[in-house]
Design a protein around this ligand. Structure first.
Ligand code: BG6
Length: 481
């Protein structure tokens, strides 16, 4: 399909992954355990774990399979994989650095040289192909020791450890990496503290809210410090925040539902972005804190730091929109990325029940740009689907092409609306372990990896039909969809 709308020159096309979902080698070369290493795989187990306040955060190989331990073995195969990204013409690759490869426990004074060497190699390999790295500092992979000994981001002490880690990596890659992201989907902490804030949800709702907002406060401070450090160490660096963004639609035109959707949108979609971009806490949050007895501990200098460390651009993930109404229960709706919504009769859903809504992407691009007037980058988007290798050995993933085509087309519309969109990295350009369910068979890639949910397979890489399609999209800068 030919697209009459155009993308700006130099648009950053590429793909995105996270260390814990792609690398494997979970205990090699001095790497310490992180939170993802103790999350079992297998269908719904991970969904249960994330809500279970008493889950033991240990490895029990007899009882569970841990897909992240091997992941797709990018640690040993990065050259082959990056060569395939280069073949597709990637201009950029979003990756994360696993904090516990650099500081195995998180609180050491000296970094692990072997861990740094691995990222030296990966980054050099990208640069060899003129692929611009976009590096996430923290993507659901906090060192486990910080989770167990300090209670994750609830502890203010963790800011200092994060700062040490960030200083080391900024300094190491100062001549190689310009684009940095601080916390992946920071607003996910509001729903899944375990992944994002490093603590198991607390039983009491108000106590859980207190811990969540205090933890977020510490992350906002850590992010602001990282922005300032990046600007000092790498004067031309461009540092962004990273949000889950899903426009919230009211279920109907009942003003009560419209107001409810607005409040949900403020708290889930915009609260974190408002602090990152404007450097102040928005007034609407006071009411929410009052309702849940949240009393934030703010120290002298904190509010100044938030103002000084605002981000240069906003990056976000987009998989779906969300429909809300007063009184909706969790049982009454569709699942989603971290947060689901009421079923929207106008939308079809993926194999995992996530609603497919390309226009929602155009809407959220407009909402974010109207609100912040800063450059935007979509750093995750894609379709998790079951892929089949057919009798000819090919993978005909036309459904993925349809999904991506419609979303890229919506991006072109948003650019015409006046939105300053600078890049697009589709999620999991090569099949990787899913974060939400710990499955291998929830596949997003243009490149198939021969590995199943139980860890069986050759790990062989195979191009899917979408591989050549995306290559053409990039080659024509989005003209040929
Ligand atoms: C985002 C995460 O929430 O969604 C990724 O940043 C994750 O880490 C992606 O993989 C897709 O979710 P899932 O559960 O399909 O892997």
């Amino acid at each position: 399909m030919s697209n009459t709308k155009s993308f700006p020159k130099g648009f950053l096309w590429g793909g995105a992954t996270a260390a814990n979902q792609i690398e494997g080698a979970y205990n090699e070369d001095g790497k310490g355990l992180n939170i993802a290493d103790v999350l079992p795989g297998g269908g719904k187990i991970r969904q249960i774990v994330r809500k279970d306040h008493s889950f033991e955060l240990n490895i029990d190989q007899e009882k569970y399979h841990y897909p992240n331990h091997l992941a797709i073995d990018f640690y040993h195969r990065y050259k082959e994989d990056i060569a395939l990204f280069a073949e597709m013409g990637f201009k950029t690759y979003r990756m994360s650095i696993a904090w516990s490869r650099i500081f195995p426990n998180g609180d050491e004074l000296e970094p692990n040289e072997k861990g740094l060497e691995f990222y030296d190699n990966v980054i050099d390999e990208l640069i060899k192909y003129n692929i611009e790295p976009v590096v996430t500092l923290s993507h659901y992979e906090m060192p486990l020791h910080l989770v167990k000994e300090y209670g994750g981001w609830r502890s203010r002490k963790v800011i200092e450890f994060f700062e040490r880690y960030v200083t080391v990596v900024l300094d190491r890659y100062k001549n190689k990496v310009k684009y940095w992201l601080t916390f992946n989907e920071i607003n996910a902490g509001l729903k899944i503290p375990l992944f994002s804030l490093g603590f198991l949800p607390l039983k009491d709702e108000d106590e859980n809210k207190q811990a969540t907002f205090q933890g977020l406060h510490h992350q906002f401070l850590a992010s602001a410090k990282a922005v300032k450090l990046a600007h000092e160490i790498i004067p031309d660096s461009i540092v962004g925040c990273m949000l889950i963004s899903a426009p919230v639609y009211p279920y109907d035109s009942n003003p009560e539902n419209v107001m409810y959707a607005l409040e949900e949108s403020q708290i889930f979609n915009f609260f974190c972005g408002d602090v990152h971009v404007r450097g102040v806490y928005p007034t609407y949050i006071d009411k929410h804190w009052k309702k849940h007895n949240v009393k934030l501990e703010i120290e002298d200098g904190d509010l100044e730091l938030l103002k000084e460390g605002t981000v240069d651009f906003i990056s976000f993930s987009y998989y779906m929109s969300r429909t809300e109404r007063v009184g909706r229960t969790e049982a009454d709706g569709r699942p989603g990325n971290v947060i689901g919504g009421a079923a929207n009769p106008f939308l079809k859903a993926s194999d995992w029940g996530w609603e497919i809504d390309p226009t929602g992407l155009r809407i959220i691009l407009n909402e974010l740009y109207d609100r912040y007037q800063k450059p935007l980058m979509i750093v995750e988007n894609g379709l998790g689907a079951y892929d089949k290798v057919d009798e000819n050995g090919t993978i005909q993933d036309d459904y993925r092409i349809d999904y991506l085509r419609s979303h890229i087309s919506a991006m072109a519309d948003a650019i015409e609306d006046g939105v300053d969109l600078i890049g697009y990295t589709s999620w999991g350009p090569i099949d990787i372990v899913s974060a939400g369910t710990g499955e291998m068979e929830k596949r997003y890639g243009f490149i198939y990896v021969d590995l199943d949910n139980e860890g069986n397979g050759t790990l062989e890489r195979k191009k899917k039909k979408s591989f050549d399609w995306y290559k053409k999209v990039i080659e024509t800068n989005g003209q040929e969809l």
